[in-house]
Design a protein around this ligand. Structure first.
Ligand code: NAD
Ligand code: ZN
Length: 340
């Protein structure tokens, strides 16, 4: 089979031939139809320090996928060959305290596909059957390819009660855009989103944000003033991983407000604890998606009319992944799909 692999310790990815994996008794073999590219894949492409520490050379990369079941391990009886599926790419250990308490999303021993074990940017993927998610008929192949990042957006957006609340989202990347759509769908009042990319802010307002704030060339104090004028924010969703965004949130969230942190900063960042303490803010770190509560809720949100289709801006053949990565880096893209 063809696979997109981190073959060398330098920037880039390579298309190579690999053996089709043989599913173990508890696993499912998925014939991949399409993948989507995540910012994480871009870090691996660029081979930054985090990627060098995390990803072994010669690993197949990628974790966003949909496909059809091609074969079942011996002990699997609840799934069928040919079924359309996606899957949770974090394989939790199953025996630590968190796993045993039903909190697999914060298992300290988790192994990620495309990070520590072979990934989904290939013609076939073997995955434990417990991680497989059958796709309801109402959900298209393209949307099913996005369930992993949509799950990040849903898990973050459902962290706090958004109904009738003013929500501030920092970062109009694909996850911030999808979080805007989720917030709108579940009944948030004002959904204000910030970014320094005009193209992405426009997309976010099409998906559900009620106001976009363009940060470019604005002083911190002006941004804070503009945000404060745009609403009374009880909930913040940090989706950029940038220090400046976190500072804006801490400065503008209301007394008693709540903040969910999804964006991953590259370095340690300093924060003003006075805002957290004296305003009595609640901060919550977000990793991945809940297994499997987020998946169930996300499928229901989609079946009940949540529309994220406009987040997809480009399609490429999987073998033309280089063009797709170039396109993503241009900043003029939402989600990009690769088709096998
Ligand atoms: P992305 O990099 O495509 O989007 C981030 C956006 O933030 C960009 O559009 C960028 O222009 C914008 N931005 C930059 N500086 C900003 C600022 N000061 N204020 C507001 N916006 C600013 O990423 P994505 O795929 O949408 O993911 C969002 C973040 O979540 C990333 O940091 C990603 O690494 C992280 N992530 C975390 C998890 C998790 O489990 N915690 C999972 C997936 C992604
Ligand atoms: Zn565990």
């Amino acid at each position: 089979m063809k696979a997109i692999v981190k073959s060398k310790s330098e920037p880039g990815l390579w298309l190579v031939d690999r053996e089709i994996p043989v599913p173990q008794d508890h696993e499912v073999l998925v014939k991949i139809k399409s993948n989507a590219i995540c910012g994480t894949d871009l870090h691996i492409y660029h081979w930054d320090l985090w990627a060098q520490k995390t990803v072994p050379i010669s690993l197949t990369v990628g974790h966003e996928f949909m496909g059809e079941i091609a074969a079942l391990g011996k002990s699997i009886t609840h799934l069928t060959v040919g079924e359309r599926v996606s899957g949770e790419g974090h394989i939790a250990c199953g025996h630590c305290r968190n796993c045993r308490e039903g909190k697999q999303h914060i298992c300290p021993n988790t192994q990620g596909i495309g990070l520590q074990r072979p990934g989904a940017f290939a013609e076939y993927l073997a995955l434990p059957a417990s991680n497989i998610i059958p796709i309801p008929n109402a959900i298209s192949d393209d949307i099913a390819t996005l369930l992993d990042p949509l799950g990040n957006a849903v898990h973050t957006a459902l962290s706090f009660d958004l109904i009738g609340e003013d929500v501030l989202i920092t970062g109009a990347g694909p996850i911030g855009m999808m979080a805007s759509a989720v917030a709108k769908h579940i009944g948030a009042k004002n959904i204000v989103i910030t970014d320094n990319n005009e193209f992405r802010l426009k997309m976010a307002t099409q998906l559900g944000a009620t106001q976009a704030i363009h940060l470019q060339n604005k002083a911190f104090s002006d941004v804070v003033k503009e945000v404060k004028q745009s609403g009374s924010f009880t909930v913040g969703l940090e989706m950029s991983g940038q220090q400046g965004a976190l500072h804006v949130l801490l400065e503008t969230l209301d007394y008693g407000g709540s903040l969910a942190l999804l964006g991953i900063p590259e370095h340690e960042i300093g924060i003003d604890c006075h805002n957290i303490i004296f305003k009595g803010l609640t901060l919550k770190g977000i990793y991945g998606r809940k297994m499997y509560e987020t998946w169930d809720k996300m499928l229901h949100l989609l079946e009940s009319g949540l529309d994220i289709s406009s987040v997809i801006t480009h399609h490429f053949k999987a073998t033309e992944f280089q063009k797709a990565f170039d396109c993503l880096q241009s900043g003029q893209a939402g989600k990009i799909l690769l088709h096998w």
